[in-house]
Design a protein around this ligand. Structure first.
Ligand code: SAM
Length: 240
């Protein structure tokens, strides 16, 4: 997969050199480039923002540098252009799976009051444009959202996570949160690991974990449970 990120703070994205994503880049599983938007300006001050038409507080990112920047990475195909925005659809694990199947992702990090809306309209001509939000709160810029989205997508690429099975039973993979996990020692500060996990009975452990998923999701995220397809529940689930 190829990923291009545009930002006026490219150094913010240095974390993408670390850990599994850094290794995926070194191993050639991911070709990720971070570009400075100011390199696509033409004036002496490398200006990327101006005052908003219609008045109001703050500044707006100018269209010209964005068009130059996006044109510089556009190849033959139609890349997905992700525009992080608190006014976008909320990014989900299902979207991460969809994006992991794409060949080329481009991320446009906004700052100030955001990017001139015409950039998105213009980009529709040659990109699959998706304004996406990290959640219902406002950040200062798109960089933190890009770190989260790139990590969520890249870890789904074949070979990035050592054991692909660890991606299967995760929170949000089946609409539920993951069950609680434990490691050694089996007794720690008067707290014991649930007995059943030491039993070696795989069928009972699987049932216990499924029950814990349902209980935890009901307690912490009842909205997820309400959205669950009733057909995905078995009789034992309904008894929890
Ligand atoms: N005026 C904008 C609004 O109210 O919708 C907020 C602009 S915000 C201060 C600046 C930039 O931060 C946005 O253009 C976007 O790139 C990024 N940003 C802020 N909150 C975000 C969120 N929840 N998800 C994704 N990106 C976000």
């Amino acid at each position: 997969m190829r990923i291009d990120v545009f930002s006026i703070f490219p150094e913010y994205l240095a974390a993408l050199d670390l850990s599994l994503i850094g290794k995926a880049r070194q191993d050639g599983l991911l070709a990720l480039s971070v570009h400075n938007l100011r390199d696509f300006t033409t004036d002496r001050h490398r200006t990327v923002d101006d005052t908003p038409y219609g008045g109001g507080a703050g500044m707006v990112m100018k269209p010209e540098p964005w068009a130059q920047a996006l044109e510089s990475v556009h190849g033959g195909a139609r890349p997905v252009l992700i525009v992080p925005s608190p006014a976008g659809a909320v990014f989900t694990q299902a979207m991460a799976h969809d994006l992991a199947r794409e060949e080329h992702l481009v991320f446009a990090c906004g700052r100030y009051e955001g990017i001139d809306e015409r950039v998105l309209e213009w980009a529709e001509g040659s990109f699959d444009v998706r304004p996406l939000s990290l959640g219902d709160y406002v950040l200062n810029g798109g960089e933190v959202a890009v770190l989260a989205m790139v990590e969520a997508v890249a870890r789904l690429l074949p070979g990035v996570v050592g054991n692909p099975e660890s991606l299967v039973e995760e929170s949000h993979s089946d609409g539920l949160l993951e069950y609680p996990v434990y490691t050694k020692p089996s007794a720690w500060r008067d707290l014991a690991v649930p007995e059943i996990l030491l039993s070696g009975n795989h069928a009972r452990i699987a049932r216990y974990r499924r029950d814990e998923q349902l209980r935890r999701t009901a307690r912490r995220r009842p909205d997820l449970l309400a959205r669950l397809d009733a057909g995905s529940l078995d009789a034992a689930d309904l008894a929890v």
